[in-house]
Design a protein around this ligand. Structure first.
Ligand code: F6P
Length: 340
């Protein structure tokens, strides 16, 4: 993404500076570096960001799904001084719902903001895809390919817990592509009895191994989220449902069951070619929006085209998996159990 912005801006004769650690770099005296095309051509193969980031700190605007808090006026004023001193004409914000919610506040306060959707969770409204998602899915697929080995040779149930926060996109895409037989996502409440009956039926038919993918944000049948830290100073930290699902399924099916949590492996490593190209195109579109003075807009992706939408249409309402969508129907049509 940075590579796309820098390349396009260079052609326009603009200088690009990258603030370190997200919004934090805007706090006086300003922590940033000048970015030239020669600095960014080599970063295509890198995950994460060369600028550092934070999803907490002074500018955090989200304290849970739908819960927005304003960035304090004195923090905004300090950051604005840095913007003015440096003569920044456009500020491109790259991130998910949290960062773009902060961006929306700043735009409404008169800042020249452009948004770029980047989150592995793929949960932003008004864009069919965020960059980072495809790379996370490919990590899930790779993990499932590996888990098949133990599942088959030991005739076990193998549970894989994946990220995605309150959306089931990573679990659903990764699970389908990686050959999981059970996929449990936040959008579809599941029943342990139904999942265990499904597994027992497979067993009776001679399919003695089962791969189960569970999204970290899926709720237990009583509706509870499984959390590592419910008061993490911002969004709740999800995690641990894989172990619980494994324990219950072992109990109900009598089959040996193991669980693996993929965690931050999903957020690292070399991006897929789709993400590299999407990121580059998003960066070029961000520079174009800046040239047009189209502030308050976020780069978007729809039907293979990169375009833009209002930031306010993209944040504060998560794009979730539709339980009766063609994708879910297709998963069910090939015999995948979604636990309902
Ligand atoms: O939003 C991206 C994401 O990776 C989620 O899928 C996950 O719940 C969360 O971030 C983890 O955040 P942290 O690295 O702060 O624990």
């Amino acid at each position: 993404m940075i590579h796309g912005v820098v390349g396009a801006a260079d052609q326009l004769g603009w200088e690009v500076i990258g603030f370190r650690d997200g919004f934090e770099g805007l706090l006086p005296p300003g922590d940033y570096k000048v970015l030239k095309p020669k600095d960014t051509i080599g970063i295509l193969k890198l995950g994460g960001t060369i600028l550092g980031t934070t999803n907490k700190g002074h500018f955090a605007a989200k304290v849970g799904p739908g819960n927005v808090t304003a960035v304090p006026a004195e923090i905004v004023a300090k950051a604005k001084r840095t913007m003015d001193q440096l003569g920044v004409n456009a500020l491109i914000i790259v991130g998910g719902d949290g960062s773009l919610t902060t961006g929306l506040q700043l735009f409404r306060e008169g800042w020249p903001i452009i948004g770029v959707p980047k989150t592995i969770d793929n949960d932003l409204s008004a864009t069919a895809m965020t960059f980072g998602f495809d790379s996370a899915v490919s990590t899930v697929v790779d993990a499932l390919d590996r888990l098949h080995t133990t599942a088959e040779s030991h005739k076990r149930i193998m549970v894989l817990e994946v990220m995605g926060r309150h959306a089931g996109w990573i679990a659903l895409w990764g699970g389908i592509a990686g050959g999981a037989s059970v996929i449990l996502i936040p959008e579809i409440p599941f029943d342990f009895e139904k999942v265990s009956e499904f597994i027992k039926h497979r067993d009776a038919q001679g399919q003695h191994s089962t791969l189960v993918v569970v999204a970290e944000g899926a709720s237990m049948p009583d509706g509870a989220l499984v959390t590592i830290d419910a008061n993490a100073g911002g969004e709740v930290r999800l995690g641990g449902i894989g172990e619980q699902v494994a324990k219950q399924l072992q109990l109900l099916t009598g089959k040996e069951t193991r669980s693996t949590t993929l965690g931050h492996l999903q957020r690292g490593g070399a991006p897929t070619s789709l993400d590299r190209i999407l990121g580059m195109r998003f960066g070029v579109m961000a520079a174009k929006l800046a040239e047009e003075g189209a502030f308050g807009r976020m780069v978007s992706y729809e039907a293979y085209h990169v375009d833009s939408v209002l930031i306010e249409d993209a944040v504060n309402k998560l794009r979730l998996v539709e339980p009766d969508s063609e994708l879910v129907d297709a998963a069910k049509a090939v015999g995948i159990c979604l636990g309902d």
